[in-house]
Each structure stands twice: as structure tokens, then as C-alpha cells.
Design a protein around this ligand. Structure first.
Ligand code: ATP
Length: 413
């Protein structure tokens, strides 16, 4: 347990904290809350700063922006505001302010109704004890508010919900529990684990909108420890509860994460595709991926990768001429290549394709053939394609050879 002085030192060590506290001196009581407090107590520097205001958060955000610069983006429904100070200030890139509030869940899985309430109630609406602590921001000697035993659970390495209905109210907390457990190397407290299994068995994850699932699932897959998270998802039955077409395979996710670095794939999308590709019928998951609302390009890359990677992996294991390799991989998203590698495809042809073959171009084009008297027609494009294949296979060297081969192909067609 830290002394108040040690705590004050750690708060002061967050870049820009002195300026933030000074700017809020005349605001209603303000507290550092959530992950920032957890990370400070663990001796880690928090990435984001979340501030709870016992009063008007938007007004406090304006005071802060007037002092720090940056833009204020208010979210009126929840009485919150975000400030993004300009990079030059060296301040955290995001400072989130929220009025302290109570939340009521009318419909399980839906967003809650909110109304202003004191800090003590605000802490009680949170997900886990380790995230339900606050530190006074403006007080000369900041005190820790820990009414729910967050410090004890930090010391014991436990993720514990605050009440038995927590996962039913908001099943995204199942994914959050997994994320914090693997990131911090913590265990689910036994009662919390029982509640998690009961919520999964009752089908709670299906009550959440796809967009909210995506927010939490992609955050989990972005963790360095994502494979361990995926293993825990599977252990809890959370994968199939989210979508019956998911099969959480930790080794495959680890392989996809690793291969994403070699292929230029997005590691999170490659990991998501890895969750989908163990099922024979990827098509069954298309509707679920649609509902995640991750954007058309990301959706297409994930579904394509999940569907094509097993066959790519099989074909890459056999002998392939360079032209056949290029034909096989052209048009595949980088995530498909990453997943094929994760499924055991040999690295050498994939790296040869990425580093060399996909960049090979002819020195001639259609205009050269027309200039040589060939009538413009689709046959001309086919002739150029055939010549490119021969070039890839090392059969042609130089522009003249390309032109002669293309003219022969176009005229013979
Ligand atoms: P990270 O380090 O991953 O950003 P964080 O704790 O800052 O962790 P956020 O998602 O930014 O995570 O949430 C900030 C705080 O808001 C949490 O610490 C928690 O107290 C509260 N919170 C966020 N999501 C929920 C939720 N679904 N239910 C209850 N409380 C939540």
C-alpha cells in the first residue's frame, strides 16, 4: 500500500499533471479515476487520463482546454468530454472527463440510463474493483478513494466484479475481464468466474450490439497477450457465445500476430480472421462480422482471409512456379497471407512474393502493341498477361524479347 506522499509523487509523474491540476483548481471536485489509478498503483505510467468531475464535466473540459490548448469534444448523452491536446504539449494524447454518475440498466446488454451522482456511486457503476478507485486531483495531498477493495485485489492479482448482475447488465465486461486478466497476469476471482460462466451459459453476450462487441474484442486482440486472452475466451465458452462460428485457437492467433509483422497485415484483423477460420463454414460468420461495423475494407479483409487462408496454406506447401505463385496470391489481403503462414505455409514463397514477384512489371504495355500494328482488343490484354507470366518464370529478358513474345501471342490469339 502506498503512502499518500508516494501516491502524490506518482500522480505528479504523469506528464502535464501539474498543469492539468492547476487548470482545474476552480472547477468542481475532480478525481483521477479508472485505469490511470490502477496503473499508477501498479507502478506503470497510464496511457490515457480519465478524470471524474463532481459537477459539469463539459465546463471543466473547457477550463482545461483553455489552459492546455487542444479541442474539446463533448458527448452529451453521458455528460462526458474528451480533450486531445496538441502533440507538442507532451501531454497525454487523450484526456477524458466525465461527470460522476449513476447508471441504470433498463435492458440487459443495452447502454444504461445515466444521471448525476456523487463519486461514491460513480465508483460503484464500474466494471471491476481494480478499476473502481479514484485519487483527488486538486487537493494538496491527494487521497486514494478505494471503497470497494481495489487495492487488495491489485495485491492479490484478482479481477472481481462489483455486484452479481454485472455481466448481465453489460456483457462487454466479459471481454474486459479477459483483457485485464491477461494483460495484468491476474486471475478471475472465483465468484466472478462463476458469474462469468453463468452469463455465458445464459447467452448474455448475444444481447450486445456488434459495435460494442467490436470495441472490446478488437482491444483484446490488440493486446500483446491476445493469445492467452483467446485461450481464456475459449475456456469460458465466450467465443461461441459471441458467435457460433468462432473457434478461439490461441496458437493460431499467436501465429497470425507474428506473421502480421512479416506480411504487413493488420495484426488485429489477422487475429480476428484466425478466430473465424477454424470453422468449415466461414460464410456463416459473415453476418456477425457485418454487425461488428468495422468498415467495409476491414470486413472484406477478415472474411476473405478466413475463407482463403486454409487453401492458400495447402497450395503453398506444393511446388509452384513463380507465375503460379503470383496468380495465387495477387488480390489476397495481407491478412490472408499472415493467416496462411500461421496455418503452416512455408515462409519462403510468401516472402519471395511480397519482396519481389508482386512488383514485377513488363517493360512494354498495350500502346507498344498498338504502335506495332495490333488492333486494340481484349486479346491484347491477355497477350500481355501471358508474357508477364513467362517473364516471372524467367523465360524472357529485356524489352525486345517481351515485345516479340507479346506480338506473337497477340497475333496468334
Ligand atoms: P485501458 O488501460 O485498457 O485503457 P481503462 O481502465 O482506462 O483501461 P477504459 O475502457 O478507458 O479502460 O475505461 C475507463 C474506465 O471506465 C475503466 O477503468 C472503468 O472504471 C470504466 N469502464 C469502462 N468500461 C466499462 C464498462 N463496460 N462497465 C463499467 N465500467 C466501465
Amino acid at each position: 500500500m502506498l503512502t499518500e506522499r508516494q501516491l502524490a509523487e506518482r500522480v505528479g509523474a504523469i506528464p502535464g499533471m501539474g498543469r492539468i491540476a492547476a487548470a482545474l483548481a476552480d472547477a468542481p471536485p475532480c478525481y483521477l479515476v479508472g485505469g490511470a489509478v490502477r496503473d499508477l498503483l501498479l507502478g506503470r505510467l497510464p496511457a490515457d487520463v480519465d478524470i471524474a468531475v463532481e459537477g459539469d464535466a463539459e465546463e471543466a473540459a473547457r477550463l482545461l482546454a483553455a489552459e492546455l490548448g487542444g479541442t474539446v469534444e463533448p458527448h452529451r448523452r453521458f455528460g462526458t468530454a474528451t480533450i486531445a491536446p496538441s502533440a507538442a504539449t507532451g501531454l497525454p494524447h487523450e484526456i477524458n472527463l466525465a461527470g460522476t454518475r449513476r447508471e441504470t440498466y433498463q435492458v440487459p446488454g443495452a447502454l444504461p440510463e445515466v444521471e448525476p451522482a456523487p463519486l461514491s456511486e460513480d465508483l460503484r457503476r464500474r466494471d471491476f474493483t481494480v478499476n473502481a478507485m479514484a485519487v483527488d486531483l486538486v487537493a494538496r495531498q491527494p487521497a486514494l478513494h478505494d471503497p470497494l477493495g481495489g487495492c487488495d485485489d491489485l495485491a492479490a492479482g484478482l479481477i472481481r466484479v462489483l455486484h452479481p448482475r454485472s455481466f448481465e447488465d453489460d456483457p462487454t465486461r466479459l471481454l474486459r475481464a479477459v483483457r485485464y486478466a491477461v494483460r495484468l497476469g491476474f486471475a478471475l476471482e472465483p465468484g466472478t468466474e462463476r458469474l462469468a460462466r453463468a452469463a455465458v451459459a445464459a447467452g448474455a453476450p448475444a444481447t450486445v450490439s456488434g459495435g460494442r462487441v467490436a470495441d472490446e474484442l478488437l482491444d483484446l486482440l490488440a493486446e500483446a497477450e491476445a493469445p492467452a486472452g483467446v485461450a481464456l475466451m475459449r475456456e469460458l465458452g465466450l467465443d461461441v457465445a459471441l458467435c457460433p462460428a468462432l473457434a478461439a485457437d490461441a496458437d493460431l492467433v499467436a501465429g497470425a500476430q507474428l506473421a502480421a509483422g512479416e506480411t504487413g497485415a493488420d495484426p488485429v484483423l489477422a487475429a480476428l480472421a484466425a478466430l473465424l477460420c477454424r470453422r468449415a463454414e466461414v460464410g456463416g460468420a459473415a453476418g456477425w462480422v457485418d454487425r461488428l461495423e468495422i468498415g467495409a475494407a476491414a470486413r472484406d479483409a477478415v472474411l476473405r482471409a478466413a475463407a482463403s487462408a486454409p487453401e492458400l496454406a495447402a497450395r503453398l506447401r506444393g511446388p509452384l512456379a513463380p507465375s503460379a505463385l503470383r496468380r495465387l496470391l495477387d488480390g489476397e489481403p495481407a491478412e490472408a497471407l499472415a493467416l496462411a503462414l500461421a496455418l503452416g505455409a512455408p515462409g519462403e514463397p510468401v516472402l519471395d512474393y511480397l519482396g519481389r514477384l508482386r512488383h514485377v512489371r513488363l517493360e512494354i504495355d498495350g500502346a507498344d502493341l498498338v504502335a506495332a500494328g495490333v488492333e486494340p482488343s481484349p486479346a491484347l490484354g491477355r497477350a500481355l498477361d501471358a508474357v508477364l507470366e513467362r517473364k516471372l518464370d524467367g523465360e524472357l529478358g529485356g524489352r525486345d524479347a517481351e515485345l516479340a513474345a507479346a506480338l506473337a501471342a497477340a497475333r496468334g490469339a
